[in-house]
Design a protein. Structure first.
Length: 271
């Protein structure tokens, strides 16, 4: 299946003023978030990628044009020649598409529609969240619900906020941790059918517009998941991911057979 990756946003919550790289290019270990997401999909056999570029798109293009396989693969150096013992992206197909600097997600998807012709179903992702969710099981569930136009990974809220219930006399009657409430949030991993384009008018948002209407019509499915899911929206969250990588605790990297298995957790970030 083809994988559409939205990697053209500004990523303002992570900006430190010292770099103009888009959020998916923020590194975790020696590779950017975008690579980790793509490597995850490739592990499950999905290696045909469409990158919806916008802000800082030249950084993403140049990264793959200058890609060095030796950065994450073992190799032998002999007589000045490199012999790789493994490969990351040799069998990937990556299509780079400028989808506009200010385009909302739905519009970015509309602008690559022509590249999805003939695809009954396709995958989509914001390219800034890591997980160990079984994407193959998610796809199988979606395939078994032909009346659904879209499906998204649904995960527990990550914020450490507490919700208060206030009565008419302005007295608090209850305090509940957000993570303990029966709520789930969009996990950023989606499976879609072609019909989604019927719900995407020009300059629309994928979730707030198309998915909201599909939900009202009962045509949006969820894949609830309580395992590892870690966003990288803020510097704090990125630091948490980097700490996990340095400690060898990388549940989002199922291809790494040299590392111990990780026990399921809701989030790596300390709040």
């Amino acid at each position: 299946m083809k994988v559409v990756l939205f990697c053209g946003g500004y990523g303002m919550r992570m900006r430190d003023g010292s770099s103009d790289k888009p959020k998916p290019m923020v590194p975790v270990g020696p590779r950017p978030l975008l690579w980790h997401v793509m490597r995850y999909y490739a592990h499950y056999g999905h290696k045909d990628f469409i990158l919806c570029l916008g802000y800082g798109g030249h950084h993403i293009k140049q990264y793959f044009l200058d890609y060095q396989e030796t950065g994450s693969n073992d190799f032998v150096l002999h007589g000045g020649e490199v012999r790789l013992l493994g490969s990351d992206i040799a069998d990937w197909t990556i299509t780079f598409v400028d989808t506009g600097l200010e385009s909302p997600i739905g519009e970015r998807l509309r602008r690559v529609r022509r590249l999805l012709d003939g695809e009954e179903m396709f995958l989509a992702n914001y390219a800034d969240v890591l997980t160990d969710a079984p994407i193959d099981a998610m796809v199988d569930q979606f395939a078994a619900t032909p009346d659904a136009v879209g499906q998204l990974l649904a995960v527990p809220p990550q914020a450490a906020f507490h919700v208060v219930e206030v009565n008419d006399g302005n007295r608090i009657e209850a305090i509940t941790a957000l993570k303990d409430m029966r709520l789930q949030e969009n996990g950023g991993y989606l499976v879609l059918r072609q019909e989604v384009f019927d719900y995407l008018p020009e300059n629309s948002d994928l979730v707030a517009d198309a998915c909201a209407v599909l939900a009202k019509e009962g045509r949006l499915a969820a894949y609830p998941y309580n395992g590892f899911w870690q966003p990288a929206d803020t510097l704090k969250e990125r630091v948490a991911l980097e700490a996990m990588y340095q400690a060898g605790h990388t549940p989002w990297m199922p291809w790494r057979t040299d590392l111990p298995s990780a026990s399921p957790v809701l989030s790596a970030a300390a709040h």
